[in-house]
Ligand binder design. Sequence first.
Ligand SMILES: Cc1cc2nc3c(=O)[nH]c(=O)nc-3n(C[C@H](O)[C@H](O)[C@H](O)COP(=O)(O)OP(=O)(O)OC[C@H]3O[C@@H](n4cnc5c(N)ncnc54)[C@H](O)[C@@H]3O)c2cc1C
Length: 380
Amino acid sequence: MADAEITDILIAGGGPVGIMLALALRGSGASTLQVQVDPTMQGERPIALSYGSRLLLEGVGAWPESPPTAICEIHVSQQGGFGRTLIRAADCELPALGYVAPYSAIHAWLSAADAVRRGLDGKVIGWKPAADHIEVRIGLSAGGEARRRARMLVLADGGHAGLEASGRDYGQHAVVADVRTEQAHHNIAWERFTSDGPIALLPYEDRHALVWSIDAGAVRGLLEMPQTEFLHRLGAAFGSRLGAFLGAGPRAAFPLALRRRSADPSSRTVLVGNAAQTLHPVAGQGLNLGLRDAAELARLVGCTPNAELGSIAFLTRYSLQRKLDRAAGIHFTDVLVRLFSNSSATLGLARGAALALLDVLPPARKFLARRMIFGARGLP
Ligand SMILES: Cc1cc2nc3c(=O)[nH]c(=O)nc-3n(C[C@H](O)[C@H](O)[C@H](O)COP(=O)(O)OP(=O)(O)OC[C@H]3O[C@@H](n4cnc5c(N)ncnc54)[C@H](O)[C@@H]3O)c2cc1C
């Protein structure tokens, strides 16, 4: 097959990270082909996008004209224990810490910005690296199979390719729903740690978006109980800071696990977004980290001759560039889940002391917030 028939980059997956990559690669000089399936099959969930992600989305023309609900403060506390801290956008000299939007809306902004995408409707079902290209098999949605050659395969498939992964199951599910409270949100996000798991209430339009991490054994009951009982349970776990819980929209649940995957540098394959790391949603890091994966990969492609894409040198360079940010995102999230989903009295005191200390140390709050917003280097 002639060299001209080799696409530079084949992107497997048209989730937000895959589309972000396709957009960021425009103008890089590399040819791309995206293989994707119907995105409406994805489960709806609220996403807290960091201010850093806003800058990345703006950079590729995928930030909406009417901005989503801003998060200007985050209130962190623990149930049944002392200590709480408030992280403010003003502490970081930013207009907002982040924004809340449903997964489908973020997907729609990205898709609208990517009107000329070259794509195939289907799923990547296999691949085989060779000396100067990788042969990719695609199961077409319309039926049948296609084969394409690329210099590099980027897996942005959310981790569905069945690659070996390390990590842990948290034994928790996240229950999500829109909820109405007696008091307005005033652009404050609430993160409350309980012995059963963290509860996040994110400001969303005229209501809150709930992400309630709960023991796997209790999830079915929580999904199926009558609304009045659900609101009562939520009020008992969250407390009365927002007044009474008045109503809730449809509930859905997602199993929670930490998954880390990496590809061999000689495989001509790069992993981005959830394909590389699937995180607990407690710190709202998953998509934010994935968008940074895509942006960094596109930046490296832009300064690499096309013939070197997919080479061991290129894959090693990408992996080194992302190492610190990935490790920080994974460890920060994992430590939060394990420290705060624990009923030990001693740990409760230590957690309370840490929150109280953070509250009286503005530089420490700023340090933490900038890393949650922009990644491990704390810079846009
Ligand atoms: C309850 C919950 C709350 C969350 N809250 C936040 C938050 O507040 N902030 C945050 O940053 N993150 C959050 N996340 C994480 C966030 O949803 C993910 O990190 C993000 O969706 C990852 O995007 P992705 O494009 O990598 O993968 P996905 O969104 O999973 O998209 C992958 C796409 O690839 C397609 N696909 C699968 N297999 C193949 C194949 N073989 N070939 C081609 N295509 C394929 C899929 O159909 C899908 O369209 C949350 C997650 C959950 C579960």
